[in-house]
Design a protein around this ligand. Sequence first.
Ligand code: FAD
Length: 424
Amino acid sequence: MGTRRSDANGSRPRVLVLGGGFGGIGAARKLGKSPVDVVLVDQHDYHTFQPLLYQLATGLLEQPAVGHAIRDLFHGQDNARIHQDRVVAVDFDAREARFEELEPQPYDYLVLALGAEVNFFGVEGAAEHSFPLYTLRDAVRLKNHVLERWEAADRKPELAEDGALDIVVVGGGPTGVETAGALAELYNGLLRKDYPAMPEGAGRIVLVEASPEIFSMFKPNLRTYAEKALVERGVEVRTGDVVKSITPERVTLTSGTVLPAHTLVWGAGLQGNALVRSLGLELEKGNRLGVDAELRLASHPEVFVVGDIAAIPDAKTEQVLPQLGSVALQSGEHAGETIARLVAGKETKPFKYRDKGTMATIGRGAAVVQMLGGKTMKGKKAQLAWGTVHLALLPTNEDRAKAVVDWAGAALTHQRTGRIRVET
Ligand SMILES: Cc1cc2nc3c(=O)[nH]c(=O)nc-3n(C[C@H](O)[C@H](O)[C@H](O)COP(=O)(O)OP(=O)(O)OC[C@H]3O[C@@H](n4cnc5c(N)ncnc54)[C@H](O)[C@@H]3O)c2cc1C
């Protein structure tokens, strides 16, 4: 592959990394010791730890525990430059990316790590009135809205009868289940104490899932366990029904049921980042980009695609790997290592995913884990495994220490210090 000499002194290959999520950070960090110039661009100045967004939305964690300054992550890496901007186009022939403000950035190697975004599947009113949970802003917006509804109902009790405190969560996958479970614990714990005048039982949480069961990606024993754990926490699980339309105060299902609820959390679907649709490439299921065994585009071998935006086949099973933090981190790291090997004139190796399991928490002491080989775990043991895997994904040791302190504090005191609204 030809290498363009595009750095300031004309001697080092230039690696452009688009996206500062697990995939992008993993790739850029693995190039720290390589004789290349790394440029990483993200639309935000922070890296978002999506697996903990539901904990931010329910006041268990505060903003800095879920968002980490990207520049901070590269203080020790002299060959990396960070920019905050939105990428708007990639020209594979010219080998450059274009941005809203930044001048076009040329590359010798490109790492596409732009992640996925919410898919509303065209449901009427979903884009305007629902609360997705995919970004840090989404989590803060959901928390503020829920707390605002409790304040409003406290001032005007008839609002509670109109559904001000009721929440419909759409989607029986990990995002929907984790959020419903966490909201139920927030409601049954602190909010009832915060608002003693609210009638007993006010505030319904309903989880709606189109399939006959929640957690379709897990084995039947874990599905049954998760549903029971949700019901024990007071969540109503409604399967085999689909959200048809949403207004700010009502949710209509295809069965004809109308649920009065002033909050609808959208956890029902993802698709590849919008930018992929402009690349002129064939897209796979969920608008993801197909890659070869080394995570490159077949048509442009200098372009690596990692994380949620990529359809990565598992080396053993050949099935497309799930959109998980550990897949994103490992694939990003592999792309960084492969570029370093190419620059050093070494042989490259195919990507092999080391399975950390697919997992989700339903609430305190309740979690499920399933390994690619089919082994399963549930309950406290699974929650411990969840904690270990997610601590490893956090970008720094300080973040890990902070999360442990916050989780231990919440487990001991049941406090949620983040449950305040800060006006902006
Ligand atoms: C609510 C939720 C819970 C989850 N829970 C878990 C879990 O428990 N365990 C687990 O393993 N995984 C979990 N996941 C999945 C995991 O978070 C993702 O698989 C992972 O974040 C994907 O990493 P990525 O680097 O591919 O993309 P992302 O983390 O999405 O990063 C993409 C980056 O690209 C940036 N970007 C996007 N578009 C542009 C643009 N046009 N210009 C510039 N920058 C742009 C974004 O700002 C972002 O920083 C969860 C996801 C969600 C949403």
